[in-house]
Design a binder for this molecule. Sequence first.
Ligand SMILES: NC(=O)c1ccc[n+]([C@@H]2O[C@H](COP(=O)([O-])OP(=O)(O)OC[C@H]3O[C@@H](n4cnc5c(N)ncnc54)[C@H](O)[C@@H]3O)[C@@H](O)[C@H]2O)c1
Ligand SMILES: Cc1cc2c(cc1C)N(C[C@H](O)[C@H](O)[C@H](O)COP(=O)(O)O)c1[nH]c(=O)[nH]c(=O)c1N2
Length: 170
Amino acid sequence: MMSTATKLSEIAPPLSKDAFREGMSRLGAAVNIITTDGPAGRAGFTASTVCSVTDSPPTLLVCLNRSSSVYDRFADNDALCVNTLKPDHEQLSRLFGGKTAMDERFAAATWSVGTSGAPVLEGATVSFDCRIANRAEVGSHTVFFCEVLAVECHQVASGLIYFDRGYHRV
Ligand SMILES: NC(=O)c1ccc[n+]([C@@H]2O[C@H](COP(=O)([O-])OP(=O)(O)OC[C@H]3O[C@@H](n4cnc5c(N)ncnc54)[C@H](O)[C@@H]3O)[C@@H](O)[C@H]2O)c1
Ligand SMILES: Cc1cc2c(cc1C)N(C[C@H](O)[C@H](O)[C@H](O)COP(=O)(O)O)c1[nH]c(=O)[nH]c(=O)c1N2
């Protein structure tokens, strides 16, 4: 019998990465292209880890693996835009999902420049132009807390969800 003084960390074995990922594969999420530009240069990557934090001030978070090729640019710039994808953006998501040269990623779509200076995807279902307000390191990832400066919604509400390791249109 566990005494009330026993800490959970003393009795629960650490969960494997595989078990965690298997569970996470069932937690569906919107697919986004996260962009930046500034003194460190332009970059973008595909992310499912976007979440609302608070509306006072309007803030969302994004998690980025520090081993990613885009990491240094997001670490050294202040501007960040969350571009939430539409159903027809599956190929764009794959392109920004890694292993493709940055110019090739951006050449596949049309972009404008937000107030922050970050690239805004033309035709995104919604885009959140942000200033990176805070950063926190958790394990392999950095969590970026982003203050939203402007929101642009497409006339038609449609989306692309990543669920069970595949794309689903909503
Ligand atoms: N949070 C992330 O960094 C993240 C999220 C989704 C996909 N990915 C990348 O895409 C690849 C394919 O993903 P998949 O869903 O087809 O299969 P998968 O089995 O590798 O991942 C299943 C789920 O686990 C989570 N996950 C995967 N890698 C992670 C990581 N390094 N840190 C935290 N959570 C992670 C995500 O929710 C993902 O959808 C992954 O191997 C990874 O490189 C990374
Ligand atoms: C659907 C989906 C969702 C995510 C990703 C991929 C895909 C296909 N990737 C991986 C990320 O896009 C990839 O590592 C970057 O593009 C960087 O790759 P390079 O290091 O530039 O090759 C990813 N990476 C990350 O750090 N945080 C995230 O939330 C996600 N989410």
